[in-house]
Design a protein around this ligand. Sequence first.
Ligand code: PLP
Length: 463
Amino acid sequence: MSRSAHPAGPRHADVLPEGHYSAPPADLNALDPKVWAHTVTRTDDGIVSVGGVEVTTLAEEFGTPAYFLDESDFRARARAWRTAFGHDADVFYAGKAFLSRAVVRWLYEEGLNLDVCSGGELVTALSAGMPADRIAFHGNNKSAEEITAAVRAGVGRIVLDSFQEIVRVAHIAQSLGTRQRVQIRVTVGVEAHTHEFIATAHEDQKFGIALADGQAAEAVRRALTLDGLELVGIHSHIGSQIFDMAGFEVAARRVVALLAAVRDEHGVELPEIDLGGGLGIAYTSDDDPREPHEIAKALSEIVTRECEAAKLRTPRISVEPGRAIVGPTAFTLYEVGTIKPLEGLRTYVSVDGGMSDNIRTALYDAEYSVALVSRTSDAEPMLARVVGKHCESGDIVVKDAFLPSDLAPGDLIAVPATGAYCRSMASNYNHALRPPVVAVNDGEARVIVRRETEEDLLRLDVG
Ligand SMILES: *Cc1c(COP(=O)(O)O)cnc(C)c1O
């Protein structure tokens, strides 16, 4: 795959493998295990099931649209990350991908830590019993209230994002009579996405403190002098949906160089580095994500090698996968409504949800797959575009996909790999009621986030 070093330009969330829909798949009824949750299979009667429950049963009981999350798959992926990184490293699940109290409990039980980036996420984590010292607090504009809540709770670390925040957190911690463990988030000049990364000296973005021009070194200098702070490490997060480890390699090299500079200047070896999240998953059969053990091995080799070269003790590594844990574990189930064939173009298939439950296609030009799941079909494939019911022509769920040409209103279709950044970014656009998240495991389905109701809408609207 290509890797380029062109100057930082527009975010390239739209980089797609070429020719991805040039030919219909050989078998429209097949379910590629790469994009579907582990327990998803088509039963003998042709109906797709997850966790041993058929989608027709799920639709009847919970309605559509709805997200169905394979609990055993979630736990298995969380455990795979934990195991791959072992005892000398920490895995922080990025709560922004999808957070609920059930998920927090699973993470706790599987030995993971948790990243939050708002007071709301913090409250969710704490209320589900995640010990505060296993929580990291992120964000480029944490409010004084949020910082106070995090320090009071005793979070394991706050990731400092600006010069102002260094002072703010130090002041709040000191006034609460405590010393807060912190990392400093640096921007290393690597922008990574999918098969590409760009390495530059400067980064044009709102997060972190630049390594360039000695900015990050200055931040370390200041943090080390403040009584309210215990600086434990450096943090870097380079992008999202990344398949190519080369961007992490550049990032790790630059972070380790900072650690060496800090040692030379202050005689202090910071004990931790966090390399962030951003590991890619398969949204379509064209994507080939790395396994956690490959990622762990690659990252630990890079850091160890760079530290040996700089004669530094190898710091404790942490990573923050969000999408890579929860993304593949859920699908969105929709009922097909209006079907509109446009001669010579494609067929528009309208579903009962849309950009309110999956904004990623509109926002990032994201790629998704889709399958007819309430029955099998031997009909010819048709090129389809799955669209929602919102008053907006950009309301597209799956831009280009093949579905059987006998598709009819009332059929159920499912979009896999919607566990990350779909429910968590869901909106009430057009006063849509945000769909529930239903965990399915071992023949049992249970709501972990309930569907919004018209009452919920009216309760917020105080008239
Ligand atoms: C978004 C984010 C993550 C998680 O990214 P994924 O692509 O879901 O793995 C991790 N760390 C930070 C700081 C983030 O902002």
